[in-house]
Design a protein around this ligand. Structure first.
Ligand SMILES: Nc1ncnc2c1ncn2[C@@H]1O[C@H](COP(=O)(O)OP(=O)(O)O)[C@@H](O)[C@H]1O
Ligand SMILES: [Mg+2]
Length: 240
């Protein structure tokens, strides 16, 4: 289990996290919903070792995570960052190979990636920058899987995608979880995230204000009012 306990993080004078607690149970999808600026990406950066928290702890099966990002990847925790961050000038396959830099033999991973994402197979020699938004998101997820994660952290995978593609990405996330990978899914698209998650937490101004089974969170009155009230708002995606 990945356990976040009383996590605090500030960018200079901007206090982004003010005591985040979260338990990510093995084998589950845990959705973290919250509006823009709530601290979701900051929390992800703390888990992956890119941000050093000022207070609090993150443990995996009772052990504090190692201090460096590449060591955290070796523990099986892999982030698919917000905004994809693929290498536009490299080919699809080169992007995948970079994702698997910690793995000795990347052949099987590449094969699995192309089985899961046939569209990437068709475009493996194409520069990643020429892919559509949806394909770039698939590539970002496939690249994350190349590191053979036990825990996959997904930061707003639906951001900027058309509704049909959002559904496709969500069913891929479900499929990945069914293969035994634990998923921490950060989303502004609360409706879609809650539909596939087992557990959910609501992050507001750097604190988890609600947490529980996803089905219960989806029925919570204040969650409905703030995040699920109007379909139009929930489906709008990000606004940066
Ligand atoms: N690099 C940064 N420097 C300064 N402030 C930042 C930086 N990144 C994020 N913040 C601030 O920290 C808060 C949380 O941001 P973020 O974690 O990106 O939220 P979310 O991912 O939920 O939209 C916001 O107030 C944001 O403006
Ligand atoms: Mg974010």
């Amino acid at each position: 289990m990945l356990k976040i306990n009383d996590l605090h993080f500030a960018y200079g004078r901007i206090q982004a996290l003010r005591g985040v607690d979260l338990e990510l149970e093995d084998g589950t999808i845990h959705a973290v919903i919250g509006s823009n600026g709530a601290g979701k990406s900051t929390m992800m950066s703390c888990i992956t070792g890119l941000n050093k928290p000022q207070q609090g702890s993150i443990t995996l099966d009772g052990e504090v995570l190692p201090p460096a990002p590449h060591l955290i990847v070796k523990k099986g925790i892999v982030l698919v960052p917000e905004g994809r961050q693929i290498f536009h000038n490299l080919t699809v396959e080169e992007n995948l190979l970079i994702g698997g830099f910690t793995v000795k033999d990347r052949g099987p991973g590449i094969k699995r990636a192309y089985e899961m994402f046939p569209r990437l197979d068709e475009r493996k020699h194409q520069r990643a920058g020429t892919l559509s938004g949806g394909e770039q998101q698939m590539l970002a997820i496939a690249r994350g899987l190349m590191a053979e994660p036990k825990i996959l952290l997904l930061d707003e995978p639906s951001l900027g995608l058309a509704p049909l593609l959002v559904n496709e990405v969500m069913s891929i996330i479900k499929h990945i979880n069914e293969q035994g990978i634990t998923v921490l899914l950060v989303e502004q698209n609360a409706r879609k995230a809650l539909a596939i998650a087992h557990h959910a937490s609501v992050l507001e101004q750097g604190r988890v204000v609600r947490s529980g089974p996803a089905a219960e969170i989806a029925k919570d009155e204040s969650v409905v009012a703030s995040y699920l009230g109007k379909k139009r708002t929930a489906d709008k995606g990000g606004s940066i």
